[in-house]
Design a protein around this ligand. Sequence first.
Ligand SMILES: Nc1ncnc2c1ncn2[C@@H]1O[C@H](COP(=O)(O)OP(=O)(O)OP(=O)(O)O)[C@@H](O)[C@H]1O
Ligand SMILES: [Mg+2]
Length: 257
Amino acid sequence: MLKQNSVKELEPSCPDENLRPVIDITGLSFTWPKGLDPVLEIEQFRVDRGELLFVIGPSGCGKSTLLGLLTGILLPQQGVVEVLQHKISCLSEVARDRFRADSIGYIFQMFNLIPYLSVIENVILPCQFSALRRERVLQQASSLKEEALRLLGHLNLNDSRLLAKPVSELSVGQQQRVAAARALIGGPELIIADEPTSSLDTDHREAFLRLLFEECRSSGATLVFVSHDRSLAPFFDRVVDLNVINKVSGGGVGDLA
Ligand SMILES: Nc1ncnc2c1ncn2[C@@H]1O[C@H](COP(=O)(O)OP(=O)(O)OP(=O)(O)O)[C@@H](O)[C@H]1O
Ligand SMILES: [Mg+2]
């Protein structure tokens, strides 16, 4: 019974979904529990299907908070957050978890890798939680491992000695690339990347961005990439300054890089 309800909740409300924005935020207000004032107040924010979007803003201005709201990890006190035609607040917790597992590849600021699993096991993890992503991989590759190795190879992480290690023994930059491969596996429709290049040197940063863009373009995925590093902006289709769309004044401190 619960399963049937969940399936119904996840049906898109508009049949012609390609014409609708992938992200559509209206009248959003979010305050952290115990917070006195809102961190984010956004009247309108839209992202079209297939866009490669760069969201810039200084430390503390609410970038990670915005991403938490897009993925349904956080819920707003006011307003509507619609992602891939689903009104996030209208989904049950179970449906939100399933929606996230099926549709969103999330590169976390702190990576959130499972420390005792190997590199390959971490990369294929989303396919254990999402049958949809697993099926997509197996339509194109003979195994999940093969696809994990393809993605890792693009990120210069296919050395067999590295792959055998638990991820806790990798460098921070290597972990960041494992987190990227994990987000991309199974072609989720929306890729969300929270400061994903902060620990990478120039060469690895370029390989990382190239893979991200190639995978998004070939699958038609939409990319929302947040960073305070303005030098990355020219690589993207569109740049949005969070402090411009966020009505809460004085969001964040420090200079933009
Ligand atoms: N779990 C939390 N509980 C309460 N307040 C929080 C929490 N996480 C963040 N905040 C507050 O919300 C504001 C925005 O934080 P957020 O982490 O979204 O900023 P950010 O732009 O991602 O910063 P950075 O570039 O340093 O990652 C900050 O004032 C922060 O103190
Ligand atoms: Mg952050």
